[in-house]
Ligand binder design. Structure first.
Ligand code: SIN
Length: 281
């Protein structure tokens, strides 16, 4: 890890040159000063994924840190999970049929306005290690494309369908008599705060690219998803300890929970923050 200069009220150390940083000098049980919050916000935009260690916070403290970023998001399938609608529990045991997020994805892109950020607090990591989360930088995924590919993708629109994970893996029925959320987003979006371009398709939710033959759409999506899944330099890896909280910018990253710890268990709680606009080209 390398210390990043330019912060007065917190310490920031990068995990890799392109994505991920650890923040220290912050106790999330206490109110943050304005300077601390604005430096955290700046570090989050710069590093996309921020890791805070030893944060023994309760649900209200978790939610109140998240509320500093915006309105809390309620997961579209939350009706089936019960409990606090603003807290998504992430629990895997030896009896689990799957673990949530065990593939590259961006959270809930089937929504018209996907969450802009998520904060996962792992309270009980697996006892024998493992259970890391990998994150990938979608600015860099875009930058590494050839000019020919960038030109081809410019103006294309993809469909993101909640039926893919919720029907496929999780087998969760949609709320009431509604359909699974399904929305269209540009394949290349511009981050609303940094102004940088992002490759915005993910294997969790993106079903197809509009206006193409099925085989064309499948071939193009497969090429882009393979680029994301196999370009190691896009990634950083968060190794969890009890009470590690990780905050990610969902507008420019993907993540993948690694289920390598069966038959051990892992438990955490996630709070997400609603975006303030639809993803735009
Ligand atoms: C998720 O938010 O997709 C879950 C990530 C994890 O459990 O590491």
């Amino acid at each position: 890890m390398a210390t990043i200069e330019g912060y007065q009220s917190i310490e920031v150390s990068s995990l890799t040159p392109h994505i991920g940083a650890e923040v220290s000098g912050v106790d999330l049980r206490q109110p943050l000063s304005n300077e601390q919050f604005s430096e955290i916000y700046r570090a989050w935009l710069d590093w996309q994924v921020l890791v805070f260690r030893e944060q023994d916070i309760d649900r209200d403290q978790h939610k109140s840190f998240a509320r500093k970023f915006g309105t809390l998001h309620v997961h579209p399938m939350q009706h089936s999970y019960g409990g606090d609608p603003e807290i998504l529990t992430v629990k895997t045991t030896k009896d689990s049929a799957y673990t949530a997020g065990n593939a590259w994805h961006t959270d809930v892109t089937c929504d018209a306005i996907p969450p802009m950020a998520s904060m996962l607090l792992i309270k009980e990591p697996p006892v024998n290690g493992g259970g890391d989360t990998m994150f990938a930088n979608m600015y860099l995924a875009y930058d590494l494309l050839s000019d020919v590919m960038k030109e081809l993708l410019d103006g294309l629109v993809a469909v993101h369908n909640g039926a893919i994970p919720y029907l496929g893996n999780y087998r969760v029925a949609p709320p009431g008599d509604k359909e699974y959320p399904r929305n269209e987003h540009p394949v290349i979006v511009t981050h609303p705060e940094t102004g940088k371009k992002v490759l915005f398709v993910n294997s969790g939710f993106t079903s197809h690219i509009k206006g193409m033959r099925n085989w064309e759409s499948r071939a193009l999506l497969d090429a882009l998803l393979t680029h994301i899944a196999t370009t190691a330099r896009l990634t950083c890896r968060v190794e969890w300890q009890p009470n590690t909280l990780t905050l990610w910018d969902n507008r420019c990253t993907q993540h993948h929970a690694v289920w390598d710890y069966w038959p051990e268990s892992r438990y955490g709680e996630r709070v997400s923050i609603l975006g303030n606009q639809r993803p735009q080209a």
